[in-house]
Design a protein around this ligand. Structure first.
Ligand code: PLP
Length: 458
């Protein structure tokens, strides 16, 4: 009996993988992970891979962290789960207090859920109901949300409704509520508007136009601060987020910051919005919150919003929303330990230093003619691959160049993923500079291997 072959067979027979064309998957040789250690994953055959996507953007301190393991063991010896509906538990209280202390400004009320998408659904429902609770007549029209072109906020129907990625979202259109789109400052592909400053100004002017006309209909604006991750690591020009905040204030629209991808140090500060001194009305966190151990997300807001939900039972101001595992003890205990370790290990300072190092290293990729654009904020990187630097034309799905690069990287011992024409690198936040260098070197080699045989304009 060969363990890999049995697992491969059962995987292909029984498991439906997310965001995966299963026809192609079933023709491929799947990667079956057995264990992890620090910055590395090991497959069932013992082959080692550098985890260059932080196991889908979640891992903070490395795999199999002894202190996180211990926190989980200690909690499971007490209790795994009791409900937060009408009762409380120790780790969820301590974690909420901690979140209130470390999140920007006056954010202080924590609503737990278990995935980023749920935290977004909750944010949208809170924002919508907030206006109804304070004055249902005056704000009867405030029912819509503004979001950016290319926005990604998760895969549940509400989160998809505020999404703007055609490829993922178009098919579900008849199921969705209407959103109000605003342009996203995708500077690399908007040079017809001018430089980054001009693109920023164009997007902000468009937003202000929308708000001037339609603010009465808008409950909130949702945005990923600094970088639109799933859109292909679209980095926003400096000052963009601050101006969006100002416009939201000016036109009485709630600002929802989706920090699910960019939070927990990913962009160089604990939360991305801190870099522009922005305090959202509602903030969504997920992914890295448990250090990559378990599913947890939270929607965090301030007293002004929370207080609008207070009232007598028959006033129906209650927020009728909750998930069965809301505030689960195991998850909250690991999250609390993760945050303590971020502080104790001075991870944020370390990330700032490593990001600089990575930035210098990444520049060598421009030696390769297919590298059109390198976008980076902290330890969040997108490399846009093009056929031709002048026309910026991308390879077709059929040509399969970017997936081939990803496969080649895997053969070279690095796991990364692509988003359309963009190779993404989301290293584990605790990776050393040497490991980051290795990551870039493998990406360089893999791009070179796949593209040298192509005849390309230089
Ligand atoms: C991943 C992601 C989500 C969705 O989180 P899930 O845990 O996958 O539901 C939402 N928003 C952003 C910005 C994300 O990157």
């Amino acid at each position: 009996m060969n363990l890999y072959h049995d697992l491969e067979k059962w995987d292909k027979e029984y498991v439906w993988h997310p965001f995966t064309q299963m026809k192609a998957y079933r023709e491929s040789k799947p990667l079956i992970i057995d264990r992890g250690e620090g910055s590395y994953l090991f497959d069932v055959e013992g082959k080692r891979y550098l985890d260059g996507y932080a196991s889908l953007w979640v891992n903070v301190h490395g795999h199999n962290d002894k202190e996180l393991n211990k926190a989980l063991h200690e909690q499971v010896e007490k209790i795994a789960h009791s409900t937060l509906l009408g009762s409380a538990n120790v780790p969820s209280i301590l974690l909420a207090k901690k979140l209130a202390e470390i999140t920007p400004g006056h954010l202080s009320k924590v609503f737990y859920s278990d995935t980023g998408a749920a935290s977004v659904e909750i944010a949208l429902k809170i924002a919508y109901q907030y206006w109804k609770n304070i004055d249902s007549e005056k704000y009867s029209q405030k029912n819509k949300f503004i979001s950016l072109n290319e926005a990604y906020h998760g895969d549940t129907v509400g989160a998809v409704s505020v999404g703007g990625i055609d490829l993922f979202h178009r098919i579900f259109e008849p199921l969705l509520f209407e959103r109000i789109p605003m342009p996203s400052p995708y500077t690399y592909r908007m040079t017809e508007y001018g430089d980054a400053e001009a693109v920023k100004k164009y997007c902000l002017d468009e937003l202000e136009k929308l708000l001037k006309e339609r603010a009465d209909e808008v409950a909130g604006l949702i945005i990923e601060p600094l970088v639109q991750g799933a859109a292909g690591m679209i980095t926003q020009p400096f000052g963009f987020l601050k101006e969006v905040e100002k416009l939201c204030r000016k036109y009485h629209v709630l600002l929802i910051c989706d920090e699910v991808a960019v939070g927990w140090g990913r962009t160089g500060s604990l939360f991305a919005c801190e870099q522009e001194d922005v305090v959202p009305d509602i903030m969504c966190v997920g992914k890295g919150i448990t250090g990559g151990y378990m599913p947890l997300a939270a929607t965090i807001t301030h007293d002004q919003i929370f207080n609008a939900f207070l009232g007598e039972p028959d006033e129906h101001k209650t927020f009728y929303h909750g998930h069965t595992y809301t505030g689960n003890q195991l998850v909250c205990a690991v999250a609390l330990k993760n945050i303590e370790l971020i502080e104790k290990r001075e991870l944020i300072k370390d990330i700032a230093k490593k990001s600089k190092h990575l930035e210098e290293k990444l520049n060598i990729l421009y030696e390769l003619p297919v590298v059109g654009d390198i976008r980076q904020r902290g330890l969040m990187v997108g490399i846009e691959i093009v056929k031709d630097r002048t026309s910026k034309e991308t390879f077709t799905t059929k040509e399969n160049i970017v997936p081939d690069i990803i496969q080649t990287a895997r053969q070279n011992g690095l796991i990364i993923r692509e988003l359309g024409p963009v190779i993404t690198m989301m290293p584990i936040l605790s990776m050393t500079e040497t490991e980051l260098d290795q990551m870039v070197e493998i990406v360089y080699r893999s791009i070179q291997t796949v593209t040298t045989s192509l005849s390309l304009p230089r």
